[in-house]
Design a protein around this ligand. Sequence first.
Ligand code: GDP
Length: 315
Amino acid sequence: MDDFLPPPARVFVAGHRGLVGSAVTRRLTAQGYRVLTRTRAELDLRDARATAAFLRRARPDAVVLAAARVGGIMANSTHPVPFLEDNLTIQLSVISGAHHAGIPRLLFLGSSCIYPRHAVQPITEDALLSGPLEPTNEAYAIAKIAGLVQIRSYRRQYGASFISAMPTNLYGPGDNFDPATSHVLPALIRRFHDAKEAKLTDVTVWGTGTPRREFLHADDLASACEVLLRRYDGDAPVNVGCGEDLTIADLAARVAAAVGYRGRITFDPSRPDGTPRKLLDISTIRALGWAPAVPLAEGIAQTYRAWRSAPDTPA
Ligand code: GDP
């Protein structure tokens, strides 16, 4: 099989301090790649000129675009503007900057929320743009869809070897645990932990508990990114998930068990549920030889331990 990016290639990981970028950096470094990074203070990826100049100077063999403005359901639905604008701006400067710097390979990371709210489950890659989106994260989804179309357009117009991956809901060490802006898994770790410490007997989980979500450990996404960089060069985005989902109520019970909270769990249906289900079809990435390795129970326990030893680590 062709290897489009053998080590020790030089890879710029944009967003290396985030959940995804830090996992990709660990993975690529362990596999013998030379990873380049820039902090936000050193390079603001929303600044197209500075980003283009950096990419021209550094000339990596590949770029992984893991920098994004991300957040949970409340942050997305109440503050949609930065989710739209920051993501569009980062994508425009990094993808176009990479092309103009002559960088041959780029992996763009999207998200499973780009698929229509009522897509047939499990969701195949061709469901993209086949129906209306989930309203709670429409702004973020539209930005990511624009990124996908940008990637596809560079492929069509310039023959660029740029590709896209669509990860499902991710979690892991280094996630955002801020209750107002986090995703459900870190939010529940923190809420159950705080309840246990305060000896509370009741914890409220947002929504009805019935939506289903699929959770993938960031380290599994990182190994998928390596597989895609090395073996995939197609027009279609590639889904990356673990192949199984569970209800939010079931997730809450598992997180409570991992954290050691033994009180009651109640639900607050006045909070939004979001999309009812978004389980990804992962046949494409499986056919490339990838499989997830971190079981959910183990991943939750490890994420909880990591957060306890460094609770203030920013996302
Ligand atoms: P989504 O997959 O884009 O909807 O992102 P989230 O991870 O924010 O939410 C997933 C589901 O978990 C939704 O149905 C939420 O209502 C539910 N949920 C339950 N409790 C919480 C919480 O404390 N924080 C978040 N973010 N979601 C929660």
